[in-house]
Design a protein around this ligand. Structure first.
Ligand SMILES: [Zn+2]
Ligand SMILES: [Zn+2]
Length: 411
């Protein structure tokens, strides 16, 4: 499925990349999972436990009516369950959250991790990190690369339609993430790698052209989406951070997710929120290339702080305020030069990126939110991580406020 697994590559970026040697097996009507994973404990929820033949003794099932969230409490439940038991590996049966829970549990228990993805909804499967909510804050923690990934085509093709939509959302963000990365490399000198773009760029185009087919459950289109998710996760492992997979698109989605999670509410699926973030980021690049002139007005630190407190409470607000104040600022900004640097990439992907987001129904997602809330979420998204994006450029140019007004009228 992926030909560079296990290879060592002397990369043009100056680094030597060791690609993890994950065993990826794809098939259908697979039978007993214990034939593929020996000495394993399976971690599932009430829905995913029905999707494969799992030994009834060696399984931990999250029960309860609600979707399982990737929180440290849920990791702790798995870890507690495993106390005094001796398994060689933890195998997740599920999509993003269950995979992240199992991956981090395996890391804490010092055992192997493998997975059985049930939807092509996220790039979490092959990645080395686990985004988890720790005391209300989403943190990206180092965790385990899977030893083996077993994919049942029938299962992923028949995954819930919102998980297919989410998969399109999450994969579309790789384009805006790349634009942000190239821009940051140009403006701040941040290190960049081309290998992790070259290995996915053609597949991204194919998927964005095939959105309708994916939503109609066309087998090869869904398989391509799954393959791209696996490569995207590998890119995170290769680079050692989520830069190739996440820019302003993900920072916005993190804010939307954290806002709900802080209140004990269930957020939308990750990739659905990412689709919204990607659309906003795309519109920011559109404005850059159309040379739209926004009104200059500075967002005062006290107003920012108030937003942070409203969103996440005092304690988390303090942490993010520090993050914001420590952010990289660029000394001189020449917008013409930025456009020149990004032009080829932007023009190549812009039309299919917008059409793929519209086809997966991004407008319907925005209709669920209040306009002022989305505006605030965009501003907050510039304060939660030290990662330079198009929105930081707008912030530094003092046009973020007017951009937010403009972009929220575009939905
Ligand atoms: Zn993602
Ligand atoms: Zn490289």
């Amino acid at each position: 499925m992926i030909d560079f697994l296990g290879k060592t590559i002397q990369c043009g970026c100056g680094k030597v990349h060791k690609i993890p040697a994950i065993e990826i097996v794809c098939g259908r009507k697979l039978g007993k999972l214990s034939d593929f994973f020996d000495d394993a404990i399976f971690v599932a929820d009430q829905n995913t436990v029905l999707l494969a033949e799992i030994p009834t003794d060696d399984v931990f099932v999250f029960t309860g009516p609600e979707r399982v969230m990737a929180t440290m409490e849920n990791v702790q439940r798995v870890v507690d369950f495993l106390k005094g038991k001796n398994y060689r590996q933890i195998v997740s049966i599920g999509s993003g959250s269950l995979t992240d829970i199992a991956r981090y549990s395996a890391f804490l228990c010092k055992v192997d991790f493998s997975c059985f993805p049930t939807a092509p909804s996220v790039d979490a499967y092959t990645s080395s990190v686990a985004p988890l909510i720790v005391e209300g804050v989403k943190k990206t923690l180092d965790a385990k690369i899977p030893r083996k990934i077993l994919i049942d085509t029938d299962v992923i093709v028949n995954s819930p339609i919102d998980l297919l939509r989410a998969g399109i959302g999450d994969i579309s963000s790789k384009v805006t993430a790349r634009l942000d990365w190239v821009m940051s490399n140009f403006l701040t000198g941040e290190q960049i790698c081309d290998f992790v773009w070259d290995d996915i760029k053609d597949l991204l185009k194919l998927i964005m052209k095939d959105v309708r087919k994916i939503l109609q459950r066309d087998e090869s289109a869904v398989q391509n989406l799954m393959k791209a998710q696996l490569i995207s996760g590998l890119n995170i492992a290769i680079t050692g951070n989520s830069r190739p997979a996440s820019g302003a698109d993900h920072l916005i989605s993190h804010v939307l997710e954290m806002y709900q999670e802080c209140r004990g509410h269930l957020p939308l699926f990750h990739g659905l929120q990412v689709a919204m973030g990607t659309y906003i980021s795309l519109k920011a690049y559109d404005a850059l290339f159309q040379d739209l002139r926004f009104k200059k007005s500075q967002i005062l630190l006290k107003d920012r702080k108030k937003l942070l407190v409203d969103f996440f409470g005092q304690q988390i607000a303090n942490e993010f305020e520090k993050t914001y104040l420590n952010k990289k600022r660029v000394e001189t900004i020449n917008v013409d030069n930025i456009r020149r640097r990004l032009q080829e990439l932007y023009l190549e992907y812009r039309p299919i990126l917008e059409s793929s987001l519209l086809e997966m129904g991004v407008r319907e997602l925005f209709s669920r939110y209040d306009r002022d809330f989305v505006k605030s979420a965009i501003v907050v998204s510039t304060m939660i991580r030290n990662r330079y994006t198009i929105l930081d450029l707008y912030d530094q140019l003092d046009i973020l406020d007017d951009f937010c007004d403009w972009v929220t009228e575009q939905f």
